[in-house]
Design a protein around this ligand. Structure first.
Ligand code: ATR
Length: 274
């Protein structure tokens, strides 16, 4: 095939929405490209790397569980992926594999697009979780100059380490409801509430009604957290926009086209997910 080959490595990947997103843009912009799925189970990353090196590939995305494990296989890392400690996008340039991370930009772009002006929500931010998604959110929030950020996580050691690294506060999981009392923005970066995962047990009673609630989980689109928040009058932002905007970042790097994240794309992806 003449067009640029791109794709996604991860496990599992068969339900990924990324092919639907990238292929939609190929159609929109008349690009002769491909976006393939490369299922890569735990322990098989070195073999996959070898396979991909042998292919004439323009770049690829990386998802769970390889976002950190892929790093030793790369030729270079940019500043943002170094800061996050994880790579979600590789660009192949002159045979070199360059790692970057478009999740942080995706996080910010989605929030800006959803609320217009993020500034009123950046006074006191609560981030639930301390995994890769939390690191992307923290990098984005630091760049957006959030005034106070508090990390709340089940495992204290991981969270304390991360909080120290990013210069943010920390509260134990047991105190998550008390931590909400002055929040202007609440972000769930854990997988809790996702289809097939345990629920996020969190009473919003102490959360100011002026706070914005953002769940990076997008399946279901309206999580229990977002539903509860909406019902009590809080503004909410779902996680699909972050997925679309991180994809846009990768697409831009590979195809040198700045793809639009539109309502039509959202509907297209939601249909693909149904
Ligand atoms: P990702 O890299 O995609 O963010 P991850 O590294 O698996 O995913 O992180 C998942 C987050 O969800 C972690 O913060 C995890 O908390 P721990 O650090 O304590 O593992 C959080 N999480 C997962 N299951 C949880 C549960 N049952 N209760 C509370 N937090 C949970």
């Amino acid at each position: 095939m003449a067009g640029k080959r791109t794709g996604l490595i991860g496990w599992p990947v068969e339900h990924s929405l990324s092919p639907a997103i990238h292929r939609y843009w190929f159609g929109q912009y008349g690009i002769d490209g491909s976006y393939e799925l490369f299922p890569c189970g735990p322990g098989t990353l070195p073999a996959m790397v070898k396979e991909l090196r042998a292919k004439n590939i323009a770049g690829f995305n990386i998802t769970v569980p390889h976002k950190e494990a892929v790093i030793p296989h790369l030729d270079a890392l940019d500043t943002i992926s170094r800061q996050i400690g994880a790579v979600n996008t590789v660009v192949v340039a002159d045979g070199k594999w360059l790692g970057t991370n478009t999740d942080a930009h995706g996080f910010t772009a989605n929030l800006w697009e959803s609320v217009g002006d993020m500034a009123p929500y950046l006074d006191s931010v609560i981030v639930l979780g301390a995994g890769g998604a939390a690191r992307a959110a923290l990098a984005a929030l630091k760049e957006a100059r959030a005034k106070r950020i508090t990390l709340v996580n089940r495992t204290t050691d991981t969270a304390k380490l991360l909080a120290g690294q990013f210069g943010v506060g920390f509260e134990p999981w047991e105190r998550r409801e008390q931590a909400l009392t002055q929040a202007t923005l609440l972000v769930n970066t854990t997988s809790l509430g996702m289809k097939g995962k345990p629920p996020l047990e969190l009473s919003l009673e102490t959360l100011p009604r002026t706070a914005l609630v953002h769940d990076i989980v997008y399946a279901p689109l309206e999580t229990e957290l977002l539903r509860n928040a909406r019902k009590r009058g809080n503004k909410t932002v779902d996680g699909l926009g972050m997925l679309l905007h991180q994809a846009a970042g990768a697409f831009r790097l590979w195809h040198e086209v700045n793809p639009a994240v539109t309502a039509e794309l959202r509907n297209h992806v939601l249909k693909a997910a149904a």
